[in-house]
Design a protein around this ligand. Sequence first.
Ligand SMILES: [Cu+2]
Length: 328
Amino acid sequence: MQPISFVGMASALLAAWSLNTPVAAHVTLEAGETVANSTHKAVLRVPHGCDGDATHTITVEIPKGFIDVRPMPKAGWTTTVSSGPYEEPYQYHGRTLSEGVQQISWAGGPLPDEFYDEFVFRGYVADLPAGTRLHFKVTQGCESGEIGWTEVAAPGADPHGLEHPAPILLVAAGEDSSGHRHHSSHAGTQQAGSASVGPITVEGAYARPSLGKAPNSAVYMTIRTTGESDRLLKADSPIAEAVEVHTTEMDSRGVMKMRPVDAVSIEPTAATELQPGGLHIMLLRLVGSLEKGGTIPLTLTFEKAGELTLDVPVGEADASNQGHHHRH
Ligand SMILES: [Cu+2]
């Protein structure tokens, strides 16, 4: 993985990519980490062509252990897969899978050298041991030839020195240092109040109990990323007729007011806090009451990491977070 420092650029136009990409020269996967026994959406990032030439083909080889693979079709490109038998069969959702996709090709474009694009596919990470590196060998076909992003470091060796490394997806341990379980974006398995998708982690989420017949409530949480900058684009929950991302500001008369925001930047340099008196997720026109001790489902959509659904406990945050009043 080639870490990309994008501090402060979250609101810049995507076109800025191509002006700032010498550091992002490699073909990489957007999320470098996943966990075993989970569905994973892989996003191949192609930052430029081959020595100035446009790209017309991207081919990726699917490594052993990444199964039930489905590419996302791409406008302007012809997507093809080649399938074959797995080295060994997998038990998957009550079925035995003995063959599947081994290679995906996107042909078309062309993708001019000065542009950036993404190629998406999803699959299921089999029951692999933590620490397994899945190497997705990529061949980038250009008008004048091709570049193979296929180099693989020896086990335990650092792949950073390689000139044309194969994009890596690391199978991480199921628990992080704080003892929290990591979870896939599959709903229904998370610990209430925390969840992760790709490099994004949500922790400490809670919803304010509804008061009497108050039609609205709010959800607070801490969001972090171990990857590049991302943006929270929207939130949804069946518990409210509308869900908006709000910020709280003081107006010229010193009155705190809330207003919707288009997106919230998630930067790798600092945690993003959604808290009373600041950014929050607004639940408008509640469908029922929010009782302390219950949970509500909430889906967050991130620009790059995609969707994450978590169960949000209804209640209070840590004592340190109490005492603020959310104005309406
Ligand atoms: Cu609000």
